[in-house]
Design a protein around this ligand. Structure first.
Ligand SMILES: C[S@@+](CC[C@H](N)C(=O)[O-])C[C@H]1O[C@@H](n2cnc3c(N)ncnc32)[C@H](O)[C@@H]1O
Length: 534
């Protein structure tokens, strides 16, 4: 069945949503404001999925995607949406999750509910029912009131009567977007395969499949990637090096991993091999080493039948086995296996916001939970007395310690383990005892320092998409830091966790969305919570 749909909303995965007879249809690649012809593919009880057949009338927010493979490739979901509208979509995503899942009220809602003539004061009771408290988005709120006809004088008159509730609205700042929302990724992993004629191809997997869409020119990655891929493919063709065939488990080259240091200009190329040897490796090195910035040529051994791209072992063919890059003034060594944020420009903005929210003066003890390779920890350590990082992946902690060392940062210690297990150990047993007892799964501190571990001033969390484990939130509440800085890559779990904390003595002060992934649907958010006065 084919339908004409006016796209009036967008789903979380960037699909257009149009309604027919009250039933919502999700249409991939349809843009907000489009009038489309779509074919119904699947019906659920109250909604359906439809395939875009034709755009009958273009939305004013529709833009020509730069990438011709945009619809086939799973990499960018909303490239056809004007960038400003993309930012609005992401900002709304954060706001809607805070409202729907977190139960938070935002400044404009409060204004709608409490027109100027109405009482802005909500009762202590209603706040308790909501189970949280929010801080004032002072400027935004005042702005809205002014726009709606509040005079300065009226505002001043209300000043004395300003309720706690009026102040209890989180500041949702406008999302931080990019000036140039293309070519921002410092890392790319290209699968290598063959087309139906047996030619070697590379590109991207089509959405939800392992079919390679041949494309060496991705508009999100560094521009040098195309040149590197051309060199690797022609090297393979000239020397009879075979691509890996997933189904049969034969062939050699599985992926090409490329990383670029955007500040240093250093480049890393790592071939992922189904084997321990690369025939004619010297010829490849000769072709690659002359590229400006080339610093590291390696291969990674992955002989397993797995979807995981990288194996554990790295063999250096030329140069170093890592590149160096900076975020702000902190230097990081990045190996092919290191986790490192893919958008360094926006990462810097994100971390600067986290640092600002941490409100450090040099005397504070800070925990950085889910610290990865210590990127945020090292940022914070420059302004704190002492920082403790916790991360479950042990090699990431090796990187973190190494990064602390190369930056000469000594006021940071890293622990391997789950945040929800490491933190309670310290809280319950105290630092000295823990160090003596060396709890399971944790690495004993090398330095002999003593710190006030029980009462951190600030706790920073940057969990994966599933958010914080409840045990972790529980211990944060028990440890009573003055401030919690929550860095999130999923606004839904963020809203859930903020609600938990706000029901237990904290209030959300500021919310800053950051666009780390232009053309994609994900949004990163950093929030400041502070402990309410008892
Ligand atoms: C979103 S990343 C943040 C990394 C780091 N903060 C950064 O900006 O580079 C989340 C990190 O949490 C780690 N992780 C996942 N579950 C964890 C847990 N239960 N306890 C500690 N770390 C965990 C992951 O290995 C990953 O490094």
């Amino acid at each position: 069945m084919e339908l004409e749909l006016l796209i009036e909303d967008m789903g979380t995965a960037g699909e257009g949503i149009g309604k027919k007879d009250g039933v919502a249809f999700f249409v991939k690649d349809a843009v907000l404001g489009d009038l489309v012809l779509a074919k119904v593919m699947k019906m659920k009880k109250n909604y359906g999925y439809a395939r875009l057949i034709q755009v009958l009338k273009h939305s004013p927010f529709r833009t020509e995607p730069r990438c011709p493979y945009y619809r086939q490739c799973g990499g960018c979901q909303i490239q056809a949406l004007d960038y400003r509208k993309q930012l609005e979509f992401k900002e709304n995503k954060v706001k809607n999750n805070l409202k729907r899942i977190g139960g938070f009220r935002m400044a404009e809602d409060l204004f709608q509910e409490n027109k100027p003539e109405n009482n802005l004061r909500r009762t202590e009771d209603s706040r308790r029912k909501e189970g949280f408290s929010q801080k004032n988005n002072r400027e935004q709120f005042d702005g809205l009131r002014m726009e709606a006809g509040f005079s300065q004088e009226a505002k001043r008159k209300k000043e004395d009567a300003v309720s706690v509730e009026e102040q209890d609205i989180p500041v949702l700042h406008p999302i931080i977007g990019m000036e140039e929302p293309y070519h921002y990724r410092n890392k790319a992993q290209f699968p290598i395969g063959t087309d139906k004629n047996g030619n070697i191809v590379t590109g991207f997997y089509a959405a939800r499949s392992h079919t390679i869409i041949p494309n060496r020119k991705c508009y999100l990655g560094a521009e040098i990637n195309e040149k590197i891929l051309n060199i690797v493919i022609s090297f393979m063709e000239e020397n009879g090096i075979l691509p890996y065939q997933e189904a049969a488990g034969i062939g050699l080259v599985r992926h090409v991993l490329i990383r670029c240091g955007f500040v240093t200009g250093e480049i890393m190329v790592c071939l992922v091999l189904n084997g321990r040897e690369l025939p004619f490796a010297g010829k490849l090195v000769d072709k690659l080493r002359n590229l400006s910035g080339m610093t590291s040529i390696t291969f990674n051994v992955n002989e397993k039948d797995t979807n995981v791209i990288l194996g554990d072992e790295i063999i250096t063919l030329w140069g170093q086995n890592y590149i160096t890059d900076y975020i702000g003034n902190v230097k990081y060594q990045i190996s092919p296996l290191s986790f490192y944020q893919v958008n360094p420009i926006q990462t810097r903005r994100l971390y600067e916001t986290a640092l600002e929210y941490a409100g450090l003066t040099g005397t504070e003890t800070v925990w950085d939970l889910y610290c990865g390779i210590g990127t945020i920890s090292l940022f914070l350590a420059q302004k704190a007395k002492q920082v403790y990082g916790v991360e479950v992946v042990e090699p990431a902690i090796w990187d973190a310690r190494n990064n602390a060392r190369i930056n000469g940062i000594e006021n940071v210690e890293f622990f391997v383990g789950k945040a929800e297990e490491v933190l309670p150990e310290f809280y319950e047993k105290g630092f000295s005892e823990t160090r003596g007892g060396k709890p399971e799964g944790m690495i004993a501190l090398e330095s002999g320092k003593e710190y006030g571990m029980r009462h951190p001033d600030v706790i920073v969390v940057d969990p994966p998409r599933k958010g914080c484990d409840e045990k972790c939130l529980e211990i944060i509440v028990k440890m009573q830091p003055e401030r919690v800085v929550y860095v999130s890559c999923d606004p839904a779990t963020l809203a859930r966790d903020l609600k938990y904390l706000c029901g237990r003595g904290y209030e959300v002060r500021e919310v800053q969305p950051v666009d780390m992934f232009p053309q994609g649907v994900h949004v990163e958010t950093v929030c400041l919570l502070s402990r309410k006065a008892q």
